[in-house]
Design a protein around this ligand. Sequence first.
Ligand code: KG4
Ligand code: ZN
Length: 348
Amino acid sequence: MSQKYILGIETSCDDTSVAVLKGDPTSGQAPEVLAFELFSQEQMLAQWGGVVPEIASRNHLDKLAPLLDVTIKKAGVTLSDIDLVGVTTFPGLLGPLLTGLNAAKTISLLKKVDIFAVNHLFAHLEAVHLTHEVTYPYIGLLVSGGHSLYTLVRASDDVEVLGSTIDDAAGEAYDKGGKLMGLGYPAGRIIDDLAKEGDINRFEFPVGLKTSKDCNLSFSGVKTALRTFLEKNPDYYVKSPEDINQDTKDICASYQHAIVSALKLKLRYAIEKAGELGHKNLPVVVGGGVACNSYLRKVLKEKYKNVFFVEPKYCTDNGAMIANYALRNYESRIKYPATLSIDARSRF
Ligand code: KG4
Ligand code: ZN
């Protein structure tokens, strides 16, 4: 097949992001990212202590059209050059998803261009192909703010869930833990940085579902343990940045150690489960926002030779991973005018 230009639109949560990629859907080679722009609502939402769907939707509405304009110009193309629009349609917050989908439909209507409706979770894992050559099948560990899943990825669109969290996602464990400590939102990167100078053995936090020999996860226990710990030791609460000291760093390191230990332990069971399904010695791919985490990267790389992490800039929500997923599934695209009746949904 010839080279195609793919526009990717991501608005499922609090990041508005657009990218233009150029690639051959059948070549198996990494596409070229011609332009990639992202507007993060992190700072705007920090005052609310998390994502407020209504405000996030309004911010997407504000930012998406200008971002589309800038990205297409930076890519050196026009809307008429676009062969396919990839847009996240699930899972996510419904209001934010609809802003992106409506933009995609408008482009489809104006330019008679096809759309691929992207599963955000699969796109997170498949983003590994933007920078690494990984063969199928592989074991995918998706760790983000909304989901934590172990999967067996047989092909780009053939993903079996082996296990998942029964309560909070790994990113939520970071964000809620950070909030309890007074570190701000989102706290993943902040805890990651503070923990670099902390002692993982100073405090003990529980590893969720430690004794169950499956690849399900639970992070509500570690969060509750931190809450109880801080109630007993209120001096450790960070009221202002000057309060950050060695104790804070040790708490971050110990708390993070419990989260990462759970992810590492349950990866072992996911590998075993894939083995039982006849897939031994598979590569492991780790994606999603928490895959940026330096300690998780270190621990899993020490344990497994064949582990690939999505490039940090493509780990958190971004349009490049959406365009990449659409390109890889080019043959299953929805043709105009059927594009105009595509729907979004919040659930996986
Ligand atoms: O994939 P993502 O951008 O959004 C979802 O699809 O949910 O992930 C966002 C999550 C947040 O919970 C954030 O705290 C976490 O990723 N995160 C990190 C790091 N960077 C982002 N968690 C741990 N360490 C990091 N360096
Ligand atoms: Zn995401």
